[in-house]
Design a protein around this ligand. Structure first.
Ligand SMILES: *[C@@H]1O[C@H](CO)[C@@H](O)[C@H](O)[C@H]1NC(C)=O
Ligand SMILES: *[C@@H]1O[C@H](CO)[C@@H](O)[C@H](O)[C@H]1NC(C)=O
Ligand SMILES: *[C@@H]1O[C@H](CO)[C@@H](O)[C@H](O)[C@H]1NC(C)=O
Length: 387
């Protein structure tokens, strides 16, 4: 029995078998000898076949690997480019949990090892069509290197922009969001997270389908890029629509003295955008304790950013809106409202503080404008907005 085991083990190497065969063949009985012979012949046969196979298929393997590495060169180069290139399309199947996690990646070295042209991410939170898009197209024309667009709309709405449009294929995977509810903040976080995937995006502006730009692109870009602060409205309102919406269950994460209110239409830099997407602490509190008549989209980000980074926010919005008509929604302007006097009034509003200095330019965007306003806006834009 023992010799058989030895033989089988040694059969892996035919030359060893030949040697053991000579020294041990004699005591073996004829059957065993025959088995040994068979193994020897088969072993030799196999090894010849193997050598042949190695040569033939080995060559094929080399060819396959050359093809593979050529493919790699074109499809997935192992260079810096691979890490800084924006995603080729905006469609993905990540869940919000996966997306927010991925978007929270932050490089630990402050200086970029390549020439980074900072872009502004224009994030449109809409229901259906973007009917003022021709005005935006004109505003953005020629500045393609300095912005990127993201559109979140109702999932049932299918956008239909031509390939020549700046809005073509800029729709992100969306979900239903309702005004005043957490699903609205979820949509805003989804927009921020998708925009964070492009490492060139430095400033993130939330806009709606009823927003319009008030200056030419260079003016808007410079104003935002040169600001030491992010433009998010944040103030302490002692009344029923401010502190009145605070719920004491939010303590200790949020005290009533820290409770803030502000317009939903924010502008944040990359650092604050990451703060928003990575937040789990405040999210839970606001989700549980700020439900209508506490309108979470007016409180969550202003309060959270005031607690985390009060020194980085301007406490004012750059989106003009008219609350003077009263009621729960601001005024919407249509064709008949768009006059020279009206536009002058928006542009020549009261002064504000910009980088700690008084400034006459306070609002870069305005809302709310109905689709019927498009025609007169396009007509007045060169004279009043400079584009
Ligand atoms: C995304 O697609 C991949 C591959 O098709 C699948 O394995 C994964 O479960 C999908 N993820 C989600 C969140 O749907
Ligand atoms: C944009 O507007 C500013 C100020 O009105 C002007 O000085 C500048 O030339 C304009 N830029 C372009 C590219 O039109
Ligand atoms: C914004 O308000 C906070 C207090 O809520 C303050 O600490 C901060 O300095 C203000 N920002 C500016 C630019 O004034």
């Amino acid at each position: 029995m023992q010799s058989k085991v030895v033989l089988l083990e040694e059969a892996k190497d035919p030359t060893t078998i030949t040697r053991t065969n000579q020294s041990r063949a004699f005591p073996l009985r004829p059957l065993q000898f025959f088995v040994l012979f068979l193994i020897l012949v088969l072993g030799l046969g196999f090894s010849v076949l193997c050598m042949y196979k190695t040569r033939y298929f080995g060559a094929r393997n080399v060819m396959t690997s050359v093809q593979f590495s050529l493919q790699q060169c074109f499809e997935e180069p192992s260079s810096l480019e691979r890490w800084i290139r924006p995603p080729s399309g905006l469609l993905h199947n990540m869940s919000d949990k996966e997306l927010l996690w991925r978007a929270s990646f932050v490089p630990q070295i402050k200086n970029y090892p390549f020439r980074r042209v900072p872009k502004i991410a224009l994030m449109f939170l809409t229901r259906g069509p973007l009917q003022l898009s021709p005005l935006w197209e004109r505003f953005l024309k020629g500045n393609e290197k300095f912005f990127s667009i993201y559109v979140h709309s109702l999932p049932s709405y299918k956008a239909n922009f031509p390939p020549s449009s700046v809005f073509y294929k800029r729709q992100i995977p969306s979900q239903v969001s309702e005004w005043g509810k957490m699903s609205m903040c979820d949509a805003e976080r989804r927009l921020l997270a998708n925009a964070l995937l492009d490492i060139s995006n430095e400033r993130f502006i939330l806009l709606s389908e009823s927003c319009i730009p008030l200056y030419n692109f260079t003016t808007v870009y410079d104003y935002i890029m040169r600001s030491s602060y992010s433009f998010i409205g944040s103030f302490d309102d002692p009344g029923p629509c401010g502190r009145g919406r605070y719920n004491y269950n939010m303590a200790p994460e949020v005290s009533i003295a820290q409770w803030r209110k502000g317009s939903q239409w924010f502008e944040v830099n990359r650092r604050l955008a990451v703060n928003i997407v990575k937040d789990t602490t405040f999210y839970k509190k606001f989700e549980e304790f700020c439900k209508p008549s506490c309108y979470v989209d007016e409180h969550y980000f202003p309060t959270m950013l005031t607690i985390q980074a009060a020194n980085l926010i301007a406490n004012r919005s750059i989106t003009w809106v008219d609350w003077s008509r009263g009621g729960p929604h601001p005024a919407t302007f249509g064709k008949a409202d768009i006059t020279e006097e009206f536009l002058k009034k928006i542009l020549e509003g009261p002064n504000c503080i910009y980088n700690n200095q008084p400034s006459s330019v306070c609002f870069l965007f305005a809302r709310k404008f109905a689709p019927s306003a498009l025609e007169p806006l396009l007509e007045f834009a060169p004279k009043f907005f400079g584009f």
